[in-house]
Design a protein around this ligand. Sequence first.
Ligand code: ADP
Length: 395
Amino acid sequence: MNVLVLNCGSSSVKFQLIDPVLDEPLGKGLVERIGAKDAIVTYRSRGKSAVREVLEISDHDAAVRRALSDLLHQDYGAIRSQTEIDAVGHRVVHGGEAFQGSVQITEYVVESIRSCSKFAPLHNPHNLRGIQVSMELLPGVPQVAVFDTAFHQTMPQEAYTYALPLEVYKKLGIRRYGFHGTSHRYVAGVAAATLGRPLAELSLITCHLGNGASVTAVKGGISVETSMGFTPLEGLVMGTRCGDIDPYIVLYLLETDGMTLESVDSLLNKKSGLLGLSGVSNDMRELLGEAELGNANARLAVDVFCHRAKKYVGAYAAVMGGADAVVFTGGIGENSAPIREKICQSMGFLGIEISAEQNSAHAPNISVGRTPVLVIHTDEELAIAQDTRRVLGGS
Ligand code: ADP
């Protein structure tokens, strides 16, 4: 079964055509800077060379059309006919409390995604646009929604409830939802396979460390606690997001510093995190390089990032009564040995001790202690394709 996986963001569309039984996508591309005269399209079919073009892409409709024409291109495309696309799997950021898993898209599902747009105004409307465009362009092809929030719907009430008056939750839906669920679920499954143990028996701490970052406690295969909250702003230090702060800081900035709502929003989401602390970059590679050269602010950014992550690993071990393994994934988690080393330092009390050689080789298991520490490549697109096939009852 060939599944077209679509991830529609505010100004980009990522797409892959995947047969979940193959180890590489049939075709994979990215349309960036949608709305600009100089949008960038990159595309590559399995076994063929990559193509890149700069051109005007006016909107998401044009971007999805372009994705289809790349997949079908007679020279560099992956398929000859649109009928070779059996299903479409969409990444949808927010499913609220309506979705505990992936679902085939119906009118009801479209309406529910629309009603969750109030929680994710920067994401859901674009996800929805992608759904509408692909329904028009691929009539009759079944479409499936895979939600970032769905995996975390299993969290117990004490984990998802903020200690605000309960009315606030009941009236406004303000609670912890959690994100990156597709990635946490995927790496938890791979971890169980790597360990050769049933997922149902394991307590895992999965650390997705990328530009966005979150930690999840996965017990018996389900999410029981996660660091992102009502929005993806809570929890770990991220590329440009602050993660946990005292909520009164927001009021203080508004009242005392005279900032506007928009400027506080931009401060917390776009100017904080690694970028804000270092004043240099949101890219961990650059920060590690700068820190090596003696840049104290870059060093501090790295230290705050690792300290925060370590705190969550310890907390989640406490929540689950121990951990059978810790998993590192995401751009930083998969590729940065110094960051893994710093997070795992002085964690011998949890059986977490890593080998310097295995760590610098990014080995699948870098642990020499009793608790495996796994480095696992996350593949959210593959997870979306697998879900799409499962939801549609395909083989
Ligand atoms: P996103 O959340 O946008 O998907 P990624 O998971 O791709 O982000 O992660 C991006 C982050 O991974 C960047 O901070 C980048 O610097 C970091 N990264 C990638 N490779 C390395 C590396 N070899 N060493 C350190 N950090 C790395």
